[in-house]
Design a protein around this ligand. Structure first.
Ligand code: GLU
Length: 306
């Protein structure tokens, strides 16, 4: 296990560096709750093995997890349904397209490319939603985030109203037999999971679970088996940052998953990392989060491929 010293000052200098780029981003306009976010917010939490935590900036601001939910749904589906059932319905290849793109559903066969684009996540959730109550997945999310978490009902209502594109995608897949028939149930499950409210410390705890092979950083108790973490981190590295995943893998070199709420979960060198910065780049990734992770990766020597 890599030993890290000076995490606290490096974290502060990473945020100072990243703060200089926030004016190049824009908050998501997808729903009014996201559009009302403060683009100047930037926070980060780094969690060491054993749970020692370093917090900086606007780490305690709550935001909706949005596509970070795709890590939760993938891990829980793999844990409870197994590799075969999940990857029978969804691929594990980067799509190179924006997260909410429909084109390949028509032109490239029936399976969505991966579990981190919307079509893939809705497919994974359709498998869960047939037999699993939402609250069971919410409980699991709480274990992964290190605290019980809840749904922001306002965000959920707005997502349900604004989700026409996701609805189109789901019905298109159902029309081809690639999705079961309870489409509204799957969509509602998906929107509710996107609307779970957290702060950067919760996200760092999830990062620490991923960093430690699936264990709670405080108790050592297994949250998911090691093979689930390996599969999830591999897909995070190749597909976690939308159609900016290749750039992020080369320059930052860490498994990561972002959401348009401004959060990014990442891990490396045994550390769990959660960032929050709602100003997004053109691909939907947090500008401040990417710059913070780049700086941390450089200064702490975290890049996966040394
Ligand atoms: N709720 C958003 C959607 O489904 C999540 C998008 C994201 O964070 O990538 O479009």
């Amino acid at each position: 296990m890599q030993m890290h010293t000076n995490i606290a000052p490096i974290l502060e200098s990473s945020l100072a560096y990243a703060g200089g780029f926030l004016n190049t981003g824009r908050v998501s306009q997808y729903i009014s709750n996201l559009a009302a976010a403060n683009p100047a917010h930037l926070g980060c939490v780094v969690m060491e093995p054993g749970g020692v935590t370093h917090k900086a900036g606007d780490w305690d601001v709550h935001f909706s997890i949005q596509s970070i939910s795709k890590v939760i749904s993938l891990m829980y589906a793999l844990k409870t349904l197994g590799h075969e059932v999940v990857f029978d319905k969804v691929g594990m290849e980067p799509s190179g397209d924006p997260y909410n793109c429909l084109i390949k559903l028509e032109t490239a066969g029936e399976k969505p490319f991966n579990p981190f684009i919307n079509a893939g996540a809705i497919t994974v959730i359709s498998l869960l939603a047939e037999n699993t109550p939402f609250d069971e997945v919410l409980d699991f999310a709480g274990r992964a985030f290190g605290a019980s978490v809840g749904v922001d009902e306002d965000v959920f209502a707005q997502e349900t109203h604004a989700g026409t594109r996701n609805r189109s995608m789901a019905y298109l897949m159902a029309s081809k037999g690639a999705l079961g028939e309870n489409v509204e149930t799957y969509l509602s499950f998906y929107f509710r999971l996107c609307a779970v409210s957290v702060n950067a410390a919760h996200v760092a705890h999830l990062g620490a679970v991923l960093a430690s092979g699936g264990k709670c950083p405080h108790t050592g108790q297994e949250i998911v088996p090691q093979w689930v973490v390996r599969t999830t981190k591999a897909i995070m590295l190749t597909c976690g940052m939308y159609d900016g995943s290749g750039d992020f893998a080369v320059n930052v070199g860490l498994p990561a998953k972002s959401g348009i709420g401004g959060g990014i979960v990442s891990c490396g060198g045994g550390l769990g990392i959660g960032t929050f910065g709602p100003a997004l780049d053109a691909k939907g990734n947090s500008v401040g989060g990417i710059k913070t992770l780049w700086h941390l990766s450089e200064k702490l020597g975290l890049h996966t491929f040394v």
